[in-house]
Design a protein around this ligand. Structure first.
Ligand code: FES
Length: 260
C-alpha cells in the first residue's frame, strides 16, 4: 500500500446548505458534505489529493479547494483547514480478514482507499462473521492474504532491528553559498561531500538540518512546504522540520545535524 494526502476545508458559505454527502466520479475528485458549526452548518470540502511524499503541485493546495467552493458559494469564508492521509492498496481493494495464517485470531481491515465510512461497515460485517464462524459471501473479494506476505516479513524484520533512540546529533559544515540558495521559510535537499542533507530555513533564516532518510525502511524524504514537514513517498511516514517523527509507520526520529 501507499499513502495519499488529501486537503480539507471547513467553510462558512453564508448561504443555505444541502443534506447528505456527494462526490464527483471524474478527476479532479472533490467531496462535499456538511458539519455542525455552532448553530449553523458549514461545508466540508475535500480533495486535491496527491501521493504522500511528493511535493504538491499548484492544483493540490488549499487555494484550489477555496476556488472550487467560491464557484458554488461566492461568499465562502474558510474557518478550518487540515490535511489527512489514507492507505491505498495497489489493486484499490481493501484488505479485510485475518492478519496472517499463523495468527488466525488477529484481524486486519485496511487500505480503504478513502472510502472508510463504507468499507469499515463491510469490514465489520466480514470480521464479525469470521469470529462467529459464519460464511460471508463478500469476504473473498477483500481477502487479506491475497498477496503473499513475503514483503511484510522483510518489513517486520527491519522494524525489529529498529531501536527507540532519540536524536542522534552530528556536526556538519554547510557552505554559505549552498544555504543562500534556499529561501527563508522553505526547505530543500542539498548535497554536501556526496551526502544528502535536508535543510529547512525558518522565516527568520534559522537553519534546521536533518538526514532526509526515512527511519522506517530508508526511502529518501521530500520536503512538504505547505506543512513544513519531511514526508516519505514509500509508506507515508512524516517528520516535522526539526526531525521529530509525527506520523507512522516510522517511529524513530531523524538524525539531526548541528551546523558548525
Ligand atoms: Fe516506509 Fe518511509 S520507508 S514510511
Amino acid at each position: 500500500m501507499y499513502q495519499s494526502t488529501s486537503y480539507v476545508l471547513g467553510i462558512d458559505t453564508h448561504s443555505e446548505l444541502f443534506d447528505g454527502m456527494y462526490i464527483n466520479p471524474s478527476s479532479p475528485i472533490y467531496s462535499f458534505r456538511t458539519a455542525k458549526f455552532g448553530d449553523k452548518k458549514i461545508l466540508i470540502l475535500a480533495g486535491a489529493d496527491h501521493k504522500t511524499g511528493f511535493a504538491p503541485t499548484k492544483e493540490n493546495t488549499y487555494d484550489t479547494l477555496e476556488n472550487v467552493a467560491k464557484k458554488y458559494y461566492p461568499k465562502s469564508e474558510v474557518v478550518y483547514r487540515w490535511n489527512t492521509r489514507d492507505c491505498i492498496s495497489l489493486d484499490k481493494i481493501p484488505y479485510i480478514g485475518i492478519l496472517s495464517s499463523f495468527m488466525p485470531n488477529v484481524f486486519v481491515a485496511t487500505g480503504f482507499n478513502k472510502w472508510g465510512i463504507t468499507s469499515s461497515n463491510v469490514a465489520a460485517n466480514i470480521i464479525t462473521n469470521k469470529i462467529l464462524g459464519k460464511e460471508n459471501k463478500y469476504s473473498f473479494a477483500f481477502d487479506s492474504l491475497r498477496l503473499k506476505p513475503i514483503k511484510n516479513r522483510i518489513e517486520l524484520k527491519n522494524m525489529g532491528k529498529q531501536v527507540f533512540k532519540s536524536f542522534i546529533t552530528n556536526r556538519i559544515k554547510i557552505p554559505e553559498d549552498e544555504l543562500s540558495k534556499i529561501e527563508n521559510d522553505n526547505g530543500a535537499i542539498i548535497k554536501i561531500d556526496g551526502k544528502s542533507i535536508g535543510i529547512y530555513k525558518d522565516t527568520s533564516g534559522n537553519v534546521f538540518a536533518v538526514k532526509p532518510t526515512c527511519t522506517h525502511l530508508g526511502c529518501l524524504l521530500t520536503w512538504n512546504n505547505l506543512d513544513k514537514t519531511w514526508d516519505c513517498p514509500c509508506h507515508g511516514s512524516r517528520y516535522d522540520f526539526k526531525g521529530h517523527n509525527i506520523y507512522d509507520p516510522a517511529f524513530k526520529h531523524l538524525i539531526v545535524f548541528k551546523l558548525t
